[in-house]
Design a protein around this ligand. Structure first.
Ligand code: GDP
Ligand code: GDP
Length: 461
């Protein structure tokens, strides 16, 4: 079970440097070019025995420009909300500056756990700043040198007990009994899933370069809104755009815009793959946009698989359908490839569109809505247990080494994506193929196509 660490703090304190050290690759750019990393970036991190996800909020500028500052604030807040732990970084050499106070404020209000770090603390120059950091009231600061790798064991020492806590909590969240179940086994208290202006449906459009992401998003938005406006320069590398699409509030993650910028700057081009990955993390529904001329390329498969593993609802959209003459044959061929290459996404909607002409956008809209609805589906405990009895009768679990496996009770523990627990004797002895049988059964019998389904077998003791 892993957790998410967000590195926050004002520009130039060394966030990207630490990010790079934790991720072990040059995923974040260390760069003083303004605007280059004015965004969230994330990657898989490793520190001693710990594995976790790290988010870098590099380049969050506390600028004089009102709207920019607002944007940055929102971005920090988003990172803070996404994270289990925030590493708040100050520059030990510069001491605590007024800008640091702004971040400290956000963290005090919103963060679940804060680790305070004074970076650039190598040598003696950082001693003063380290002491000043105490005054922030965010606990005992650790002295770091992201550049030289000093203080990493102190960081580990602070993270480790938290990591243990997250693990324990993840264990707890699977069993069951704390869920409100009424007579019919209906649960309540779940937030309604229909998108509202306050909770727009979060969509990422991902796909290979030239699949038509920009064209599609432009078509959805209406050209003008994406390309112009008072904040055009910022909008192009903004991480998301809020729109009303056929009466549904949406927030669309514009990975294409980020890449367009990358075209201009050679160096950034190489980083663009991570944009798509990042967008997947933010999204509820991921639209994998394929080019009908070269569908299901490695890169498409990778990102679709990632979306599944991240538990996102997926819609496959085949673009440039206007170029296709043999539409019936092609569609059959596409569906066949889809089932063969992405079995983990069985039943996910596959729609054909032309971003250029706008044909099929209605279908795409509806497919996204439906995928979102399925992703939020809640099955009653009563129904589930009737279903479980049927499944066990139809095809009893094997008895490996003569040990009979009993499954007694099933319940849904969460949605988004749907996750189920079945209380089981010898859960470790249940073969993968039997779990798959159950998952496929859940999918078919409760009409949950395309959404990732999580199934946990818990020892009933
Ligand atoms: P960010 O804007 O917070 O992401 O900061 P960067 O990671 O881009 O670092 C800003 C500058 O501080 C770069 O020139 C880094 O080389 C430098 N820097 C980062 N970490 C350290 C450190 O531990 N010690 C020193 N002396 N400089 C550092
Ligand atoms: P991105 O890299 O994924 O953002 O792709 P773009 O939106 O820049 O599109 C790449 C190229 O494909 C451009 O030349 C578009 O005009 C073209 N294109 C995009 N969508 C369609 C479509 O539906 N039909 C056709 N024929 N061309 C398209």
């Amino acid at each position: 079970m892993s957790f998410t660490l967000a590195i926050v703090g004002r520009p130039n304190v060394g966030k990207s440097t630490l990010f790079n050290r934790l991720v072990g690759r040059k995923l974040a750019l260390v760069d003083d070019q303004p605007g280059v990393t004015r965004d969230l970036r994330e990657g898989p991190a490793k520190l001693g025995p710990l594995r976790f996800t790290v988010i870098d909020t590099a380049g969050l500028e506390v600028a004089t420009d009102e709207s920019l500052q607002g944007r940055m604030r929102r971005l920090t807040e988003r990172a803070v909300d996404m994270a289990d732990v925030c590493l708040f970084m100050i520059d030990a050499r510069a001491g605590v500056l007024p800008a640091d106070e702004i971040f400290a404020d956000i963290l005090r209000k919103r963060a679940k756990h804060v680790i305070l770090a004074a970076n650039k603390a190598e040598g003696r120059a950082g001693a003063g700043g380290l002491i000043e950091a105490y005054a922030l009231g965010l606990g005992e600061p650790i002295g770091l040198s992201a550049e030289h790798g000093e203080g990493m064991s102190d960081l580990l020492a602070q993270l480790q007990p938290l990591a243990g806590e997250f693990e324990a909590r993840a264990e707890e969240s699977a069993p069951v009994m704390d869920i409100d179940v009424d007579e019919e086994g209906e649960t309540d208290g779940d937030a309604p899933f229909a998108p509202t202006p306050e909770r727009p449906l979060q969509v990422a459009v991902v796909g290979r370069p030239n699949a038509g992401k920009s064209t599609l998003i432009n078509k959805i938005l209406g050209e003008e809104r994406l390309l112009t406006g008072p904040e055009a320069g910022i909008t192009r590398d903004a991480i998301s755009l809020a729109i009303d699409w056929n009466g549904t509030p949406f927030r669309i993650f514009d990975t294409a815009g980020m890449r367009k910028k990358a075209r201009v700057q050679e160096k950034l081009e190489k980083m663009s793959v991570s944009d798509g990955l990042r967008a997947v993390k933010f999204a509820e529904v991921v639209v994998v946009l394929l080019d009908v001329e070269i569908p299901f390329e490695q890169q498409d498969l990778r990102i679709a698989d990632l979306a599944e593993r991240e538990g996102r609802a997926v819609v496959i959209a085949v673009n440039k359908w206007d170029l296709e003459d043999e539409k019936q044959d092609k569609l059959r061929e596409l569906k066949e490839s889809f089932e063969r290459l992405l079995p983990q996404l069985r039943g996910a909607p596959l729609v054909t569109v032309s971003a250029k002409t706008g044909r099929g956008l209605e279908r795409l809209h509806d497919a996204i809505l439906r995928a979102h609805e399925v992703w939020n589906r809640r099955v009653s405990t009563a129904q589930l247990n009737r279903w479980l009895v049927g499944m066990l009768e139809q095809h009893p679990p094997p008895a490996p080494g003569g040990r009979r496996i009993k499954m007694r009770y099933a319940t849904q523990v969460k949605t988004r994506p749907p996750a189920f627990v079945i209380m089981t004797s010898h859960p470790d002895a249940v073969p993968e193929s039997y779990s798959r049988y159950l998952v496929n059964g859940l999918r078919a019998d409760f009409d949950m196509p395309g959404t990732p389904i999580r199934l946990y077998l818990r020892d009933q003791g």
